[in-house]
Design a protein around this ligand. Structure first.
Ligand SMILES: [Zn+2]
Ligand SMILES: [Zn+2]
Length: 296
């Protein structure tokens, strides 16, 4: 890598600006690195029309703002025009943008823009082929909603259409093993603890808890992850109605494991009579609770 240090006496470049000392004052000009490429969005790119037409306007205004003199502006504008032509922009849209910038008062352009703080409502969708049709339908028919007696006073001015970028070729062709973490509806609030899944037979037995206290009431274990009936690879605690605690682990879904416990309790007596070895949980229920479990 080559590093270059330049310390000129009368001018200095900073970002896209070249500041020079002329007489007793400072003058600014547009600065482009010699290695800069034409990175303007191509006109054939799949973007809303108003966005592509807005780019020349914004760029010419920027050049006008950065150049102290009209001569510098014209020189840089010529270069910019060529770059827009190379990227397929129509002459009309380029010359309109050029004229607008040329006729602007530079002093006004240097003032920070006052933004209105009124909330604007927008419909946000991915940009698509029907974009203009949707916009036309909205323009044509919004007044129907406004004229509606019950609805009219509840809705405000027509919402603007906001385009999200559609998938491009890179998105479609190149896949990454890295999965971007999905933004949850909880907006950064991580749901932890044990919860019923809401759709299985052991839900009524599932306790919503953030921590487990051991049977001697001395140690508290915080549940740092989110667990429900369908979680796998968990360490779980069965709390008996007599407050005894059984701690187990499973690689299966928790509900499957709990169902096995329940059936071992139900069949405890007959298994015992057949001389089979009973599980700890089944043995406890057989001895202490006559083989029944009650749903709390
Ligand atoms: Zn469940
Ligand atoms: Zn018990």
């Amino acid at each position: 890598m080559k590093m270059k240090r330049r310390l000129p006496q009368t001018s200095i470049e900073f970002l896209d600006l070249k500041v020079s000392v002329v007489g007793n004052s400072l003058q600014t000009d547009l600065h482009r690195k010699s290695t800069a490429t034409n990175s303007l969005l191509h006109f054939s790119s799949f973007h809303p029309h108003h966005l592509k037409n807005g780019i020349p306007t914004g760029q010419f205004i920027r050049v006008r703002r950065n150049c102290s003199t009209l001569g510098d502006f014209r020189r840089n504008a010529g270069d910019l025009t060529q770059r827009f032509r190379d990227r397929g922009y129509p002459k009309k849209s380029i010359s309109r943008a050029f004229q607008r910038a040329r006729d602007s008062q530079r002093e006004n352009l240097l003032q920070p823009k006052q933004r209105t703080k009124e909330p604007r409502y927008g419909i946000i969708t991915t940009f698509n082929n029907q974009w203009n049709d949707i916009r036309c339908i909205l323009n044509r028919n919004w007044n129907i909603l406004l004229a509606e007696p019950k609805l009219g006073h509840l809705i405000s001015e027509q919402p603007c259409l906001i385009a999200k970028r559609a998938k491009n070729l890179k998105d479609r062709l190149v896949s990454s093993h890295y999965q971007k973490p999905k933004r949850s509806l909880m907006r950064g609030i991580k749901l932890t603890g044990s919860h019923a899944c809401g759709e299985c037979s052991i839900c009524p037995l599932m306790r919503t808890k953030k921590e487990i206290v051991d049977s001697t009431n001395q140690k508290t274990f915080k549940l740092r992850e989110f667990i429900n009936c369908k979680s796998r690879n968990v360490v779980y605690a069965l709390i008996c109605p007599c407050q005894k605690l059984y701690v187990g682990q499973t690689t299966q879904e928790l509900r499957k494991r709990v169902q096995q416990h329940l059936s071992s309790i139900t069949n405890a007596e007959s298994h015992f009579n057949q001389g089979k070895v009973l599980s700890t949980v089944a043995t406890h229920f057989r001895r202490a609770h006559a083989g029944f479990y009650k749903q709390r």
